[in-house]
Design a protein around this ligand. Structure first.
Ligand code: GDP
Ligand code: IMO
Ligand code: MG
Length: 427
């Protein structure tokens, strides 16, 4: 059995899309298990940049089947737009894209609520992507959400009933709490009914779909969105997304039974980035961050916002490895450090004279803690065409070996550029 789960080990944008694209060659199925179109996974296809938001990154390979799992929240308009863009690239999705009927739908009021809630938080805003992700997951847990299966239901009035009730309730909240204009039931109904007709052919029961795939020996790759630091349970709460990008999310968000996972790959940049607000202990000073942002083109693939940049934080990374049961790391963007003279590694947090090596639960911890860092000499050589670990500059090898030593996890894949062939496995 070959089930591989790929997880963002930092705060998202680690290069998951690129690593999926590299790994998918010997897999049959790729499954997205959480998040929505807050994600932006960049893959180069025929040397052209392509960003996927909802559809698994394996779709660019013509023979792979892709499943959008039940843990994903789907904005149907965004999904149909993504399908259209793929078709314009000449990529056929017919019989290749499957969507779990029990996945929840992002509705127009979720986006309005997302924006209104952010506005009301003022300086404490989370810095969401504004895609309605949080409010959609709130409705799912509140048990008033609308699922794709409701939209495509045999009972043609089911969706209308649920929509009417939600619009009535949301309008009360929008007017009372936020003073925002109401959403219009009459307008949403036909728009979504049309989406339902278009999406109906993709709908599957993910449990039987995956069961059949596993029984027939298919190799499956699970594609996480966001990253461990943004996990609603294990991340820097409340500055997180509203789902579980971590290991458990792959199970609850896809419908695989108790089965053995052969590998968990944690993806991490050779440094760190974060978009949006929230604790980011290893954040660099402005000048250093500007330099990395420029070399690494650190601007959000979904919102275009500048990403905050930091050094690699092995306390955070080790925590991610532990909680996800990471069996190997994929380290991306090593080439971005090629010109940096001195590179820092965070090895602990200092608090009251103590060296703390555990990621805290109390986020106010970082207000008074200091970083314990090691300084490593850079390699000051171009790594972008290197394809073997032992061909890397010695200082780059030492830097990577130290990350592996501090996290206790081997490095399995190294990425030295955005293209598929700028990736290699470590033997
Ligand atoms: P994801 O959300 O984890 O899939 O990552 P994003 O696509 O949001 O951001 C990663 C960015 O880094 C994209 O622009 C990739 O093309 C780029 N990238 C990925 N790996 C490398 C690498 O090894 N080197 C460089 N220079 N860029 C990379
Ligand atoms: P990928 O899959 C980086 C961040 C937002 C914000 C927080 C909550 O490309 O790695 P949300 O809209 O989810 O309610 O926003 O999460 N965020 C991401 N940051 N990469 C992502 O996805 C992200 N998806 C959400 O910036 O801080
Ligand atoms: Mg991204």
């Amino acid at each position: 059995m070959s089930l591989v789960i790929l997880i963002g080990a930092q705060w998202g944008d680690e290069g998951k899309g690129k690593i999926i694209d590299f790994l998918v060659k010997d897999k049959d199925i790729v499954v997205r298990y959480q998040g929505g179109n807050n994600a932006g996974h960049t893959v180069y296809f025929k040397n052209k940049k392509h960003v996927l938001h909802l559809i698994p990154s394996g779709i660019l390979h013509p023979d792979k089947i892709c499943l959008i799992g039940n843990g994903v929240v789907i904005d149907p308009a965004a999904l149909l737009e993504e399908i259209k863009q793929l078709e314009q690239l000449g990529i056929s999705i017919e019989n290749r894209l499957k969507i779990a009927g029990n996945a929840h739908l992002i509705m127009p009021y979720h986006k309005v609520l997302d924006a209104a809630s952010e506005e009301s938080l003022g300086d404490n805003k989370i810095g969401t992507t504004g895609r309605g992700i949080g409010p959609c997951y709130v409705d799912k847990v509140q048990r008033c959400g609308i699922r794709l299966a409701d939209l495509c239901a045999e009972d043609k009035n089911l969706f209308a009933r649920k929509l009417r009730k939600n619009c009535e309730e949301k309008n009360k909240i929008l007017a009372g709490l936020y003073g925002v204009f109401p959403v219009n039931y009459e307008k949403i109904l036909p728009e979504y009914q049309q989406y339902g007709e278009q999406l109906q052919p993709f709908l599957v029961n993910p449990v039987s779909f995956l069961d059949e795939a596993i029984k027939s020996g298919k190799k499956i790759l699970f594609e996480g969105a966001q990253g461990t630091g943004l996990d609603v349970d294990f991340g820097t709460y409340p500055f997180v997304t509203s789902s579980n990008p971590t290991l458990g999310g792959a199970y609850t968000g896809s419908g695989i039974g108790v089965t053995s996972i052969s590998e968990v790959i944690g993806v991490s940049k050779a440094y760190s980035t974060r978009v949006g607000s929230g604790p980011f202990p290893s954040e660099m000073d402005d000048q250093q961050a500007d330099e990395i942002r420029k070399i690494g083109n650190e601007f959000g693939a979904t919102t275009g916002r500048p990403r905050r940049c930091g050094w690699i934080d092995t306390v955070q990374l080790k925590y991610a490895c532990l909680l996800n049961g990471v069996t190997s790391l994929a380290i991306t963007k090593l080439d971005v450090l090629d010109k940096i003279k001195t590179i820092k590694i965070i090895t602990g947090y200092e608090k009251n004279g103590k060296n703390i090596k555990e990621f805290p639960m109390d986020m106010s911890f970082f207000q008074t803690s200091k970083l314990i860092t090691e300084e490593w000499p850079g390699w000051e050589e171009d790594t972008s065409s290197v394809s073997r670990f032992d061909s890397l500059p010695v200082n780059a090898q030492r830097y990577l070996s130290r990350i592996s030593e501090l996290t206790g996890v081997k490095i399995g894949i190294i990425s030295v550029g955005p293209l598929r062939d700028q990736t290699f496995e470590v033997e």
